[in-house]
Design a protein around this ligand. Structure first.
Ligand code: F6R
Length: 366
């Protein structure tokens, strides 16, 4: 049932070219710059006219929400707030009938996320669910939605569900942009065509596994690890840190790279591995300065870079390449080596990667 892999998590990491393709299947008409989202079409106008979008979720799904915020604001130009469902539900939040609330959940059963949407529904908001498990509770509570179609995720640490959530949010952001006319059709067509290539690009990322394993060996005995990213890749840093802590029990934190100097930089010494997402995007020059700041304090740097990068390889201790792609798609690709890194570190430390201590696959209690 593990398809020849040692663990479900590894199987699910390797399934991502297929799960992403399944998430896109039947939804993209790149030539016409058109996206077909059957479960949302009834609410397309409501969505396009939303004053505000609030994303509620927990854990890894919350990280996907942060990527979604970036995509929706950039392409559809609607203000987005991303909330931990558990905070939102207890805060007497301000919600109106013009708000659209998007609940993101792999399981579709997370108690806090369900309570958050029930609250928003009572206040008159339109609820849209982005879930993986077909027929689960959140889709039933929602007015509209889209399934991520990543297939069953058995490993407790979320992998393929996350990249499918980000894919779904990319589609949704372009869908709203198309309705609102906030992005030229030609740009939408280009992005869709690129998105269709991601399964192939993920395969390229997976080929780096032997190298990632070597880096895992260097990091495995650390007690702490810092993950840095900027812009659309800041949530990827958070996700990299969460993956590492939950399955390897190494304390890890994700930070926006520029925030480092406001505190965490004090932690950096030769014992501290620092993983930086440093792809060639709009933050590239800034992230190089951040890498230099880490280097000056002797931190051990692993950088996720765009294929062919020659500048960062001079500074970083280790580099892992991902293929060149549109900035919007870098979160999906940059996540792959981070998943592999956590996985191999956890295996080397003898941890139960599929069922980490104290964790459950779906958190149905608050
Ligand atoms: C982390 C992880 C959790 C879940 C969170 C939300 O790898 O799996 O953080 O992402 O419990 O679960 P869902 O998405 O089912 O609502």
């Amino acid at each position: 049932e593990k398809g020849g892999y040692e663990h479900f998590m590894l199987k699910e990491i390797h399934e991502q070219p297929r799960s992403i393709a399944n998430c896109m299947r039947g939804r993209i008409y790149a030539d016409e710059a058109r996206i077909n989202l059957g479960g949302i079409s009834e609410y397309a106008v409501k969505l396009a006219q939303a004053k505000r979008i609030i994303i509620v979720s927990c854990g890894t799904s919350w990280h996907a929400g942060l990527v979604g915020e970036y995509l929706i604001e950039e392409y559809a130009r609607i203000p987005v707030e991303v909330e931990y469902a558990s905070e939102f539900r207890y805060r007497n939040p301000i919600i109106s009938e013009e708000d659209v609330v998007i609940a993101i959940s792999q399981s579709g059963e997370t108690a806090d996320t369900m309570a958050a949407i029930e609250l928003a529904k009572k206040a008159g908001a339109t609820i849209l669910g982005i879930c993986n498990v077909v027929g689960s509770s959140i889709p039933r509570l929602s007015h509209a939605g889209m399934y991520t179609h990543a297939g069953p995720e058995i490993g407790v640490a979320s992998t393929k569900a996350f990249t499918a959530q980000v894919t779904a949010l990319t589609l949704l952001s372009l869908y709203i942009a198309r309705q609102r006319g906030t992005l030229p059709a030609s740009k939408i067509a280009t992005l869709l065509a690129q998105l269709q290539k991601t399964p192939q690009l993920i395969k390229e990322c997976l080929k780096n596994e032997p190298l990632v394993k070597q880096i895992a060996y260097e990091i495995k005995d650390s007690t702490n690890c810092l993950f840095l990213g900027r812009g659309i890749n800041f949530p990827v840093a958070l996700e990299g840190a969460l993956k590492l802590k939950e399955i390897s029990y190494i304390h890890a934190e994700g930070y926006p790279a520029a925030e480092m100097k406001h505190g965490p930089i004090a932690l950096i010494d030769e014992q501290m591995p620092v993983v930086v997402i440093a792809t060639k995007d709009s933050s590239y020059d800034k992230i190089i300065s951040n890498i230099q700041e880490v280097k000056a304090r002797k931190g051990k740097i692993t950088a996720i870079v765009t294929e062919g990068d020659t500048i960062i390889s001079e500074i970083a201790d280790y580099i892992i390449e991902i293929p060149l792609c549109e900035e919007a798609l870098t979160p999906i690709l940059a996540t792959i080596p981070l998943q592999l890194l956590s996985y191999h570190i956890a295996v080397m430390r003898g941890c139960n990667v599929d069922q980490p201590r104290n964790l459950a696959k779906s958190v149905t209690v608050e």
